[in-house]
Design a protein around this ligand. Structure first.
Ligand code: AMP
Ligand code: MG
Length: 495
């Protein structure tokens, strides 16, 4: 049944909605309601995100919820809008972009602070440019699963409440079907929002936006003395460094680190052609559209700096001089490698960073790259090796002598730690090195089944991803090596 939105009726979810972003004024957005989709059906839901925004879990599976989160039924208290931003895409200034297919409903005040709720794929907006305002089922499932997987890994990310499918056709390389993801984050403000107001010379609005972000998310920037906008830049670069360090440590490639996809809160957002590494290849490029390899795995820390530099340029009109911006960016250069080494040390079972640890890690990465060792499986096997035998780790390498030498160095460093206890280190490493991540082929299998109307594989995968450090009985296939066809999967910007 095709249910058109009845603009006279609206649904009261009983949530404390606020519309603070809407309150910024017309320069920041266009009020726009979602465009209804025919015959919506549930694809996946996340009860944990329902809890986060104070939504009754049971109600989330109701027909009214289905209509509300498809965008077919207005929600009382919301003020739906699309925001305007600009950005650098693949290193080039792209001019005005904006929410071309995401509609911000509003924000819900929760005990953990405000949470914005967006419908992605909810129809045309004034910023849709050549696009159709829609998202296809496959990419919506990937965003849904990855949001929840990253959260369970402890990586800052936007969350996903649900995915809803519709038989409405959507044209990409072939005809696919539409879907809507309801995503949730304290704010979806991007570096590109700042670039927009800076590059268009709207410096009053730039200041309004920066004050909005500082007041709500970085109040300390006003308390440290000095220029609060320089302090904001430094704080954002700290959060970005921590986020990217976590990406590197888990083998996550974002795929499209354009400045319009960089969260001002240091959250992983805009899941598109992302990938978790299978065989370790430091130069791996997951996005088939990224022909120059700009967003290769090992370039992510530098690209984040490039993006922070673009943010710094955007904030210049609010600073005293250029030096202030450069000074604010400077700490990133040391913070980023330090954050990464801390993460890598934890993966190795080392509680503190010492001189020589960087060399130990580098040598390992070199050996893993040479033998194209599976990233996730290596770390999990290494964790178990602390109390067991090392054969499963050695089995991953062709160059046994080289890995044996490395293992000796690592064991010596491990056992040298004051109060070293193998059982404690084993448990700590198992909490640090996931056994299941959202590999491309796992997502692909769930997507193929979902396209055929069977959502059980998606639910099984979601459950495993929500408990990435647990060895779930009967789910061993999710933790195994990727099949040969995994290497053939091509993920592009098309979504
Ligand atoms: P992305 O890099 O995928 O996050 O998208 C870049 C820009 O294109 C953003 O402004 C999106 O809102 C917009 N966009 C992507 N796909 C579509 C679509 N199908 N319809 C409208 N806008 C889109
Ligand atoms: Mg984007």
């Amino acid at each position: 049944m095709n249910r058109p939105a009845d603009m006279t009726a609206s649904l009261d979810l009983g949530l404390p909605w606020n519309n603070r972003f809407a309150g910024l004024g017309e320069a920041f957005h266009s009020l726009r309601s979602p465009t209804p989709l025919p015959s919506p059906h549930w694809v996946g839901t996340s009860p944990a995100v329902a809890d986060l925004i104070g939504l009754d879990r049971a109600w989330l599976s109701s027909p009214a919820a289905l209509d509300a989160f498809t965008g077919n039924l207005p929600i009382a208290g919301t003020q739906p809008l699309a925001s305007v931003y600009s950005g650098h895409q693949f290193g080039h200034w792209a001019g005005q972009l904006g929410d071309g297919r995401a509609i911000l409903l509003g924000e819900v005040d929760t005990p953990l602070g405000p949470q914005e709720v967006q419908l992605k794929g909810a129809g045309l907006t004034p910023y849709s440019r050549m696009g159709d305002g829609r998202a296809v089922l496959r990419s919506s499932i990937r965003e849904f699963l990855c949001s929840e997987a990253m959260h369970a890994l402890g990586i800052p990310t936007s969350r996903a409440l649900c995915v809803i499918g519709s038989p409405a056709p959507v044209r990409r390389e072939e005809i696919e079907t539409a879907a809507v993801v309801t995503r949730v984050a304290p704010s979806f403000i991007r570096f590109g929002h700042f670039e927009h107001f800076s590059h268009t010379g709207q410096h009053d609005h730039l200041r309004t936006l920066a004050d909005f972000v500082i007041d709500r998310f970085y109040p300390v920037c006003r308390e440290v003395g000095g220029n609060p906008y320089a302090a904001l830049l430094e704080a954002v670069s700290e959060r970005t460094a921590e986020m990217v360090a976590q990406w590197q440590a888990v083998g996550f490639c974002h795929g499209v680190m354009n400045t319009d996809n960089m969260s001002i809160l240091g959250l992983t957002i805009d899941y598109g052609p992302f990938q978790f590494l299978d065989a370790f290849n430091p130069g791996h490029v997951c996005n088939h559209s990224d022909t120059g390899g700009r967003y290769a795995y090992n370039r992510q820390p530098n690209i984040a700096y490039w993006n922070l530099f673009a943010l710094a340029q955007a904030l210049l009109p609010l600073m005293d001089d250029q030096q202030q911006a450069m000074d604010a960016l400077e700490p990133y250069k040391a913070l980023m490698p330090a954050a990464l080494q801390r993460r890598m040390n934890a993966k190795l079972g080392l509680t503190e960073v010492q001189e020589g640890d960087a060399a130990l890690t580098e040598e390992l990465m070199k050996l893993m790259a040479q033998d194209a060792v599976d990233f996730t499986i290596f770390w999990r096997r290494l964790s178990h090796a602390v109390i067991g035998n090392l054969e499963p780790v050695r089995d991953l390498f062709l160059q046994r002598d080289a890995i044996d030498t490395w293992i000796e160095r690592w064991r010596a460093r491990l056992e040298d730690q004051p109060g070293f206890d193998a059982a404690t280190t084993h448990a700590q490493m198992l909490r640090t090195n996931p056994q299941v991540v959202l590999r491309n082929h796992l997502g692909e299998l769930a997507i193929q089944r979902a396209k055929a109307g069977d959502f059980s594989e998606l639910a099984r995968l979601q459950n495993a991803l929500e408990h990435p450090y647990e060895e779930l009985p009967g789910q061993e296939d999710l933790a195994g090596f990727p099949p040969a066809w995994a290497g053939q999967i091509e993920i592009s910007c098309s979504s």
